[in-house]
Design a protein around this ligand. Structure first.
Ligand code: NDP
Length: 335
């Protein structure tokens, strides 16, 4: 439960545990609701936006102080009043940061049909972050073979998939991440051509010129701020920037300014913001692509797994200092 709206840096103590007694049945008269047992819960950067009193985030308010935090998760149906879901179905979608949730917003609940891949993937690779990578890259970036692609927050839930999709298309891909361990894994395990630790770079412009002497065709931006400013200086003619997220700014009450916007004009760069929710109709197509990729070992995925409902606050806080190495998942129950 979020204690109160947060300004400045988010702390674990901004959240607390609470208990309540519930009946494990869908209440009478709530015919379309689904009661679930939560198995895997997802920690995502957008949740920070909903902890602020002024909503600067992606969408309208999902939860208020004093009520359970709402987020994505994988769950098992215990009781259902909805014709599309039945007892023992596995689902992913919006649920609560709690052991059991009564889900009324069933339009954002997806039934899991492929259970021969790790179930935790339905918090990341096969759910909202994976869809963000897939739609952001293919639909927004309009990529072409052999283009030069830069991915920030590259070892994260979204970034690692963007890089692999770009490699599968035959692009040259460089990622930035915040530790040597992540940089090494990007190059050895995830398959990026190059990667660098942005925390050790003093001059981002010089750094990008080193990795992209001929400039960047596609920048998949998850961080905003100074890295976006430097990328603007290094874009090629007709380049594309997918404005996916701005995590370097989420802890600030007043975001930093971006100065090099004129490059958008001179280099005819297309900068496009996008929201993954607008592309959920592509989910079946996405699964048809991803499931074979996973089974054939063409896509790998790193997860940062912690155990127990009580570890959710620390898992969320860790996102904003980069302590998660891979998709942040909390296991609440395994079955
Ligand atoms: P990640 O799994 O990448 O976790 C967040 C990562 O951000 C951290 O591990 C850290 O990695 C990095 N980070 C934290 N603070 C900073 C900072 N000050 N500067 C630079 N990097 C920082 O998260 P996701 O992959 O889930 O999300 C990535 C981005 O995509 C976020 O901005 C998110 O808001 C956005 N997003 C957008 C969606 C949309 O529909 N547009 C949907 C989903 C996500 P490091 O060690 O590299 O610093």
């Amino acid at each position: 439960v979020l204690r109160d709206y947060v300004s400045g840096y988010l702390k674990e103590s901004d959240m607390c545990m609470a208990t309540a007694t519930i009946t494990l049945k869908v209440p009478e008269g709530n015919s379309k609701a689904v009661l679930v047992k939560n198995l895997y819960l997802s920690c995502d950067p957008y949740i920070r936006g909903h902890t602020k009193s002024i909503q600067g985030g992606y969408a309208d308010e999902y939860f208020k102080p004093g009520s359970p935090i709402v987020g994505y998760g994988v769950a098992k149906v215990l009781d259902s009043g909805h014709p599309d879901f039945k007892k023992d179905d596995l689902v992913w979608g919006f649920t609560g940061w709690e052991e059991y949730s009564l889900i009324t917003a069933t339009e954002s609940l997806f039934k899991i049909h492929h259970t021969d891949v790790p179930l935790s993937y339905y918090t990341g690779l096969l759910s909202m972050p994976g869809m963000t990578a897939y739609t952001g890259f293919y639909e927004v970036c309009a990529p072409k073979k052999e283009e030069y692609v830069f991915v920030s927050s590259a070892f994260g839930a979204v970034g690692q998939l963007v890089g692999q999709l770009a490699k599968l298309l035959g692009c040259y891909v460089v990622g930035s991440a915040g530790s040597k361990e992540k940089v090494d894994l990007l190059k050895t395990k995830i398959g990026f051509d190059e990667a660098f630790n942005y925390k050790e770079e003093k001059d981002y412009d010089a750094c990008l010129k080193r990795y992209f002497p001929e400039g960047i065709d596609i920048y998949f931006d998850s961080v905003g701020g100074k890295m976006l400013d430097a990328a603007l200086l290094n874009m090629r003619l007709d380049g594309r920037i997918a404005a996916c997220g701005m995590i370097s700014q989420y802890e600030f009450d007043q975001p930093e300014g971006v100065h090099n916007l004129f490059n958008i004009i001179t280099k005819r760069v297309r900068v496009e913001g996008f929201m993954v929710f607008d592309y959920y109709h592509l989910y079946p197509k996405f699964l048809d692509t991803m499931i074979p990729y996973i089974k054939e070992g063409k896509i790998v995925y790193e997860e940062d797994i912690t155990e127990g409902l009580e570890s959710l606050p620390s898992a969320l806080v860790r996102l904003f200092s980069g302590k998660n190495a891979g998709k942040a998942v909390v296991v609440v129950a395994r079955e």
